[in-house]
Design a protein around this ligand. Sequence first.
Ligand code: PDD
Length: 280
Amino acid sequence: MTIEYINGKFLTPGEAAVPVEERGHQFGDGVYEVIRFYGGTGFMLKEHLDRLERSAEEIKIQLKDGIGAIQKIIEEGVERSGMKDCYVYLQVTRGAAPRNHLFPLDTEPSIAMTVKPAVPLPQEKVNEGVSVITHPDERWANCYIKSLNLLPNILAKQTAYEQGCYEAVLHKDGRVTEASSSNIFIVKGDTVITTPLSREILPGITRMAVKDVCDIGAIRLEERHFTVDELKQADEVFVTSTTSEVLPVTKIDEKPVKGGSPGNLTKLIRELFCARTAES
Ligand code: PDD
């Protein structure tokens, strides 16, 4: 059963409401996380909680009861949902206060959460790969913070969708950063390449898991910048995220990537990743 939670209350779906003066609503003044539970266990839950804590800190939101209290809310929500395979979407905002750009003095952060059934990736997407477009990265300078402000991301993703594509790969003057809601990897020869961590990209938890499986599987991985041209000439391309897991990309701006079907290293990394989620 889908669960909704807001500020201490678990509610039936549709019941939870945010006040009009909620700063998440007024300013996008908050941060969020998306966590996947597999077989009742939160995949890399600690890493997600660490990132949430860092994101909140970066925008000067103080988690009064600490990150441990949020972990308890998540675990209780999943327990109440009765679901073993689900997504947890959690938002922490600066709370509700009369609209003013300045931080309110006595307002407590607001915590909202939904627990929803996980939707497995369509097998066709996994087997055949997805199409993407390339799109200018029009976001702010601090994309390492998982901020609620996602306007450039949703506009880019919508543009991709309207062109029959799954994702928009973002670039700054031809240098690839990441995708609208996922990290990006290319394969050249025997080497997997992904953009290095910086303020320009979200430090994806799935990205971290892929680094680990490459390490364990003795797959060469380089963290370096690459261009849209390199992306288009790569032997293999894939995107990673909590909801997309490891997903092959087989078409970019209407042109097939190499042979036009998912590459062997991508398939191997996906297998190793899925084995990890199964044992989590
Ligand atoms: N998106 N980059 C961006 C811009 C993202 O929004 C996401 C995740 C990622 C991948 O991060 P992770 O592996 O930790 O999920 C990279 C989530 C799923 C979302 O907003 O729905």
